[in-house]
Design a protein around this ligand. Structure first.
Ligand code: GTP
Ligand code: MG
Length: 160
């Protein structure tokens, strides 16, 4: 079974790093912005079923780059990533999730607050209050914290 997963969110939040951690068990401090989209594959087994994840790592939009909406079409699930250490990446989160859901109704969306290694427990509590009622999983592509869990949780939700 093939499932298309998209990673979206502002530039520099760690989308490429999360994929690199999940697929290749690696991390790099270097920032090389994604141009357009990069597609990776990983097979996971959930509840005894083997699932080929086609992971579309889509560039975050910036003044230099506009990304075609068509990259998102046909997705079976989405990881919406923001940067816990950079408020501008989650200030509009509700609107952004709503427009994603308008484009892709009925697909599971997991929200990831990434770079958990850079913030304190108190800062995380503040972010949770700000994005309430949305709930985010806390991940770190650097330490690997909750990265596999996030992809597995999304895969589970795509299969029901
Ligand atoms: P675009 O492709 O431009 O949209 O960015 P992106 O979301 O793919 O971000 P990318 O993975 O390239 O990471 C941007 C920078 O953040 C890089 O310097 C990474 O090393 C760093 N980074 C990513 N995830 C983490 C993390 O969990 N912790 C820390 N400390 N740094 C991270
Ligand atoms: Mg990238």
């Amino acid at each position: 079974m093939n499932k298309k997963v998209i990673l979206i969110g502002h530039y520099g939040v760690g989308k490429t790093s999360l994929v690199k951690r999940f697929v290749h068990s690696m991390f790099s401090e270097e920032y090389i912005t994604t141009i357009g989209v990069k597609i990776d594959k990983k097979t996971v087994t959930v509840n005894g079923t083997s699932v080929n994840l086609l992971i579309w790592d889509i560039a975050g939009e910036s003044s230099q780059q506009k990304v075609p909406q068509s990259y998102r079409l046909g997705a079976h699930g989405a990881l919406y990533v923001f940067d816990l250490s950079r408020p501008s990446t989650y200030q509009q989160i509700e609107e952004e999730i709503n427009s994603l859901k308008a484009l892709l109704p009925n697909i599971p969306v997991e929200i990831l607050g990434n770079k958990a290694d850079l913030v304190t427990k108190e800062e995380i509590d503040q972010v949770s209050q700000q994005i309430h009622p949305l709930k985010a999983s806390l991940t770190s592509a650097k330490t690997g914290e909750h990265v596999d869990d996030a992809f597995e949780k999304l895969t589970q939700s795509m299969m029901v």
